[in-house]
Structure formats: structure tokens, C-alpha cells
Design a protein around this ligand. Sequence first.
Ligand code: ZN
Length: 432
Amino acid sequence: MLPPIETRPSSEIKSFQEEKLRELLIYLQNKSLFYQDIFRKNNIDISEIRNLEDLVNIPVTAKNDLQERNDDFICVPRNKIIDYITTSGTLGDPVTFAMTDRDLDRLAYNEAISFDCADGSSDDLYQLMTTIDRRFMAGLAYFLGVRKLGAGIIRVGNGMPELQWDTIRRFRPNAFITVPSFILKLIEYAEEKGIDYRSSSIRKAVCIGEPLRNPDFSLTTLGRKIKEKWDIHLYSTYASTEMGTAFTECRHGSGGHHHPELIIVEFLDDNDMPVPDQEAGEVTVTTLGVEGMPLLRFKTGDVCYHYLEPCACGRTTMRLGPVLGRKQQMIKYKGTTLYPPALYDILDNVEGIMNYFVEVYTNSIGTDEILIHVGSKLPGEAFEKEIKDHFRAKLRVAPQIIFEPADHIEKTINPGSGRKAIKFIDKRNHTR
Ligand SMILES: [Zn+2]
């Protein structure tokens, strides 16, 4: 299923994308109230946007725009919409994504070539361990993609370790589709119940939602913990509803492959200008071939490196590195740029830390300060030094550490609202 464009020289991929971009601009000019306004207010003549480099002349689209003018982004009449999807907005109300019949075909194509990239074939049987309803895109996309690939799929849904193991025993699937931390839960359950998980039919997992790799492509603590227990192949992916596109690793595990027929990707700095190739930038996307709700220069908030050398699998497309963190959570600390996930990966790995959260605040000279609240049975200077040494070894800087009772920290992390654990508290005067 490898699309021919994905092994072509980069100059050819670029002109291929530029042609798709011109089609998109005409479509937006005709159908999108939001982008008609953008073009008019900024005196943009779309016929002058011919190359990818010209994109910088168009303002970026922010998450707030989607929320404030949701209906103006939708380019089709109501009776053309098949599926309604929502994503959580930054201002409270969710953002609706309208999917047409063609968009569902595009989504199926995107997932089929992504599974193919992750060594998928019609011989595979996938166990889907993500939600397929509740207005989410991901589970539906996986189902459509597996079907298009000609492989099999069992829709178990998330959670329920007992039902997951029953499914493995009954149908002998060889692959998971899951958030990686759930694999640890399945291992734990299997160990409790005496299930010989290593001899099961499972050989690989396509993983979403949590980082499995560091920017140098080595495994994160989470990835390593899984592999130490159960040596199945892990494929990391990056995707979002707004993009309607997935970046999936091939077997070489060196970044998510870009599919040029589906999306244009830029990496932008604080001033919305492209970063140099070797620097990390905010992933900014322009969707191609989307009918219901196409986006032009949408800023995702995720910061990544990208890699341009051809991959050992033969693809010449750009590869997207792991998400370093959210743009707003960027910390400038002692001359280094840090993101919370890099701190978590160290803290998750230190023996003796029971729980923790990371606080950032603005110090008296107006720069960022990091204070890590740690719950431990070994509080004291020696352990503090040990934690700091781990930070120095990996990040070259060490934040301040404060020991607190673990139950006290637990109250901050899980205030009882049933939401995701809070590990990052931002008390800075101004956030980016
Ligand atoms: Zn590859």
C-alpha cells in the first residue's frame, strides 16, 4: 500500500504538495467563511500563494479560532455531514468536527497506509483497545483503516482487562491498538491471575497518546518498562482530530512518517516563523483533501523536532520526532529549554520516589524557576542529591526539590474530580 510519492525525491514531494495547496486555497476561498474573512482582512490574493514558502504570508489559525467561529469553518451543508466528532476546546465548549462521506474515506486511507507503515497487512488481527464512540475520532479511524487494509479487528474498547484477556484467548489477535500504559495494566492483571502473557498470540502494539520515545529515539521509561516485561514490538504514533492524519513509525522506530498527500507540516517559532531544520518548533498543519472542515496553518500546540534524511524503510518523507511537550508549558531554565514530559521521564525512573508534581513560577528576576514536590520514604539530603544528579546527567541542569508527605502530594495530583492526574502546576506571571 506504500503510496509512490513517499519514496520520491524531496523536491518532487514539495511540488506535489504545492499543487495540492493551490487546490485547497481555491476550495477555502469558495467555501470557508472563516478563511474568506482571513484572506479579505489581510489582502491576500490566493493566486500569489504558490510555494510552501509563501505560506508565511497567511496568518496562522489558533485553537481559539476553532472555538469562537466553529460554524464558519464548516464548508458543506448539513445534509452532507455523516459523522460528528468533538474535541475539547481551550475555552470550555468543545469544538465540533464535521465529517463528510469523502472525509471518512480519507480517514480510512490515512489509517490504512499508517498501519501498512507499521508492518500491518491483511494477515493481521488487531484488538482495538480505545473507545470507538463518545464522539471520538481515533477508534472510528482505526476501524475504518483496518477494514481498508483488509485485516481483522476486534472492538473491545478501553479498560476491562478481564475482557481483553478473554478476547486474546478466544480469537488469538496478534496486535494491540492501545495507549501504551494500558499494556502495563494488562501485564499486571495477567501476573495476578497467572496468565502466561509472554506465550500469548500478541506480537506487536500500535500505540497512541503517550510518548514511547525520547528525541534521540531511545525508549522512554514507559516504553522500557513494557519491553522489559514483554518483548512485543511497539509502534509509536502521533495524531489528532484537527489533523485527521496520523504520523506512524515504521519498524525502524525513528519518527512518525509524514504522508504528503494528506497534510502540509510547518515547524514554527514564537513569532510564527519557520525554525531551522535542526531546531524544535510548534507543529503547524494544513490539511489536504478534507471536505468538511479543512484547516490552513493550524497551530497544534505540540513542539517536535523533525528529520529529513531518508529512512531505512525506503521512505523519503519527513519524519516527526516525539512530542517534547506543549508550547504553553515550555520552561526556560538556566539557559535551557525544557518541557514537563522530560522531567516526568526522569522522576518516573528514580527508585524511591512515590509521587510528585512539578511547579513552575516566576522568580524575583523575572525568569522561570522549577520546584519539584516529591513524596518519598527517604527524604533527606542524600536522596535530594541523588535526584538532582539524575537531572544533571540527562538535562544538564537540576531543579529545586522539596520533600512533602506523599498523601499531601496525592491530594494535589488527584483532587478527586476524576480527571487526568495533575502533574504540572504553572504559577508563572505570564504564560506563553
Ligand atoms: Zn521508515
